[in-house]
Design a protein around this ligand. Structure first.
Ligand SMILES: Nc1ncnc2c1ncn2[C@@H]1O[C@H](COP(=O)(O)OP(=O)(O)OP(=O)(O)O)[C@@H](O)[C@H]1O
Ligand SMILES: [Mg+2]
Length: 312
């Protein structure tokens, strides 16, 4: 459908602006079955939360119904989505320990009618230890966020924001989904710890959730002015191949300012480069669909067979 004219940068910017101004018309493919994605990297501050909330906001603007589960006691995703999350508010903590249903902890984001959040409160900080003695401790979230719950609410995407660790909370996130998205900061030591993350995902595939695989890698905080960012980006692409999203997120002050206003950058400054980059990345993620793993490696690859199932 995209001919040359519509591929010009100005035309693309006009399309994005129109999407922000007339939100919620369905302009992206609805997945056949709901996609469940955990955003993980045990390295801190690489853009997990920023990517979770802004990709979710981008998908919701395109008419898809999205749930973000905040599984980090810091509650940063809840803040950015404008969700209430002081101690005592029903949250992912109560869901995980079985003290409430996910429906009871659900909040609609003021940003968009299609965007929902199960917030995290500081109460979640004790959950790692509390869960140790619980039955099915690795599956507390998976058991709670059932297919029935997702279908009942009509969610197209469930996105789980993880804490920067590889403890029981992150394991719970990875048994509750099939896809992992890894944000990688285009900086020194970008790949530090990623090897360990891959080992862990492989172990979870072997022992807890065979369906788990890495379906996307997103380069974040990309500074186009530096040679280093370019080098890191090409190293990551060389290492992981096509699973790396073509769209990268630039380093942008607007992106970092938005959470201070309890907003995603799509709400705070929809015309900014950061907002546009997240809209484009959300579009890419939805249009290309899942990248399943084809071999022993947990790293996804482009589907080879006719993915849209179109008749020849
Ligand atoms: N594209 C960007 N441009 C500028 N700043 C950014 C960008 N992405 C994220 N940041 C800022 O970098 C910091 C870390 O981002 P974020 O909180 O998303 O990382 P994280 O991986 O979730 O961190 P944590 O490991 O603590 O959960 C935040 O202050 C955020 O506002
Ligand atoms: Mg975070």
């Amino acid at each position: 459908m995209d001919d040359q004219f519509w591929d010009t940068p100005i035309a693309a910017a006009a399309r994005r602006a129109a999407q922000v101004k007339t939100p919620n018309s369905l302009t992206l493919p609805r997945p056949e079955t709901p996609r469940k994605i955990t955003v993980a990297n045990q390295k801190g501050g690489v853009g997990k939360t920023t990517s979770s909330v802004n990709l979710a906001a981008g998908l919701s603007l395109h008419g898809l119904k999205v749930l973000v589960i905040d599984l980090d006691p810091q509650g940063n995703a809840s803040t950015a989505l404008g969700a209430e999350h002081h101690s005592g508010v029903l949250s992912s903590y109560e869901v995980i320990i079985g003290a409430c249903t996910p429906a009871e902890a659900l909040q609609k984001s003021p940003f968009n009618d299609n965007l929902y959040c199960i917030p995290a409160t500081i109460d979640l900080a004790g959950a790692e230890i509390e869960m140790v003695s619980m039955v099915r401790r690795e599956y507390r979230l998976a058991d709670a966020i059932s297919a029935d719950f997702i279908a009942e609410h009509g969610f197209d995407y469930v996105i789980v924001d993880c804490p920067p660790s590889l403890g029981l909370l992150t394991i719970n996130a990875m048994t509750a989904v099939t896809e992992v998205m890894i944000p990688i900061q285009a900086e020194y030591y970008a790949l530090e710890g990623v090897g360990q993350l891959l080992n862990n995902i492989t172990m979870i595939r072997q022992h807890l959730n065979p369906a788990l695989h890495i379906s996307a890698i997103l380069l974040t905080m990309y500074d186009a002015r530096t040679k280093l960012a370019e080098q890191v980006a090409s190293e990551v692409r060389e290492h992981f191949g096509e699973v790396v999203l073509t769209n990268m997120i630039p380093r942008s002050v607007k992106v970092s300012e938005a959470p201070g206003y309890g907003q995603t950058v799509l709400e705070y400054d929809p015309g900014s480069r950061g907002a546009m980059a997240y809209l484009d990345a959300a579009k890419e993620l939805a249009n290309r669909g899942d990248y399943p793993a084809h071999s022993d490696s947990p790293i996804g690859q482009a589907p080879t067979a006719n993915p849209a199932g179109e008749e020849a």
